[in-house]
Design a binder for this molecule. Structure first.
Ligand code: ZN
Length: 319
């Protein structure tokens, strides 16, 4: 709906350790496109790696801050527990074979809401990932050589937040962020701004679990999409009026962002759809060179010297 300020998920950002292992897993094994290689604007000695579909469209972008020596985090409540990717309905077998080939252990397939089958596994740092086979996702896949197009990842399916209780987070999503409850079963409640795969936000109530601790293998924040700068300011006013404490607008080069802590403890961001990833690189060459925002360019030499070089060897990840 055009009067919505929040339209769905924009990107998800996680913490990792080794950047080469991260690249091998997401671009090599899962076949996502590295759409941007830049630095953490708040810690320029650390990469910021963006993976997504061909253009890095909202709803497909998973990003990482790989701190080479970062200790592992602890899974628990107050965190995004699982990041789910959408695959075609008939592709689960293909992916189980592919994960086995690369020695990735996965849990036995399971079903949810009697319409989606999924497998759960973890990335090299322990980040929880699902591949969800479903027939409701009409986005085209995209492929860069290793994965046949008919089995390729289409983007996110959604995220799962582990919460103490769901009411406060749900209240924020529905009253201030244009989400609606679209499914519920047992302790799992599903919200969405668009109702479509890519934008599902599941909250599971897990009051008896420990609070999560940040570290590698945990999600740093989840960003929701807004159309432009003007809708972002309106969304911000709405949050302030409801007692939330969002930051001022920050320039993230590829989008503009505000951040605030939701009542369950997860860091939320609201990011504009423009300008996107082709603002500083041609669409055919996304992710190929280290991009720095203008204010860091004078320090390029020092920055390149401390970053560990990374390179994807596609042949290692053929079927
Ligand atoms: Zn972000």
């Amino acid at each position: 709906m055009s009067n919505q300020l929040i339209t769905g998920i924009h990107h998800i950002t996680a913490l990792a350790s080794d950047p080469q292992k991260n690249l091998d897993f997401y671009a090599g094994i899962l076949g996502l496109r590295l759409v941007k290689k830049t630095i953490n604007f708040d810690a320029p000695d650390v990469y910021h790696l963006y993976y997504g579909n061909e253009t890095g469209a909202p709803g497909t972008i998973l990003t990482f801050f790989p701190y080479p020596t970062l200790a592992k985090g602890r899974k628990g409540k107050g965190q995004v527990a699982v990041t789910s990717f959408s695959i075609p309905e008939t592709s689960l077998e293909y992916w189980m074979k592919r994960l086995t080939k690369f020695n990735i252990k996965y849990n036995a397939p399971d079903t949810r809401y009697s319409k989606e089958s999924f497998i759960y596994f973890e990335d090299p740092d322990g980040l929880g990932i699902e591949l969800v086979a479903n027939k409701e996702d009409f986005r085209p896949g995209s492929t860069y050589g290793q994965i046949p197009l008919e089995h390729s990842v289409k983007g996110f399916y959604g995220v799962t937040l582990a919460a103490d209780g769901y009411e406060k987070t749900a209240g924020l999503l529905t009253a201030q962020m244009d989400h609606q409850l679209i499914a519920e079963k047992d302790n799992r409640f599903r919200y969405s701004a668009s109702g479509k795969p890519g934008d599902f936000v599941d909250i599971i109530c897990s009051p008896d679990s420990l609070r999560g601790l940040g570290g590698s293998g945990t999600i740093h924040h989840i960003a929701f999409a807004t159309a432009d700068d003007s809708s972002q300011l309106k969304a911000r006013e709405k949050l302030v009026a409801a007692g939330f404490n969002p930051t001022l607008v920050l320039d993230r080069e590829y989008f503009h962002s505000i951040y605030f802590r939701e009542p369950g403890g997860v860091l939320f961001e609201i990011a504009t759809v423009p300008p996107g990833f082709s603002v500083d690189e041609e669409p055919d060459h996304l992710g190929e060179s280290l991009k720095l925002p203008a204010w860091y360019e004078p320090k390029r030499y020092e920055i390149e010297n401390v970053l560990q070089p990374i390179q994807l060897n596609k042949e290692k990840f053929e079927d």
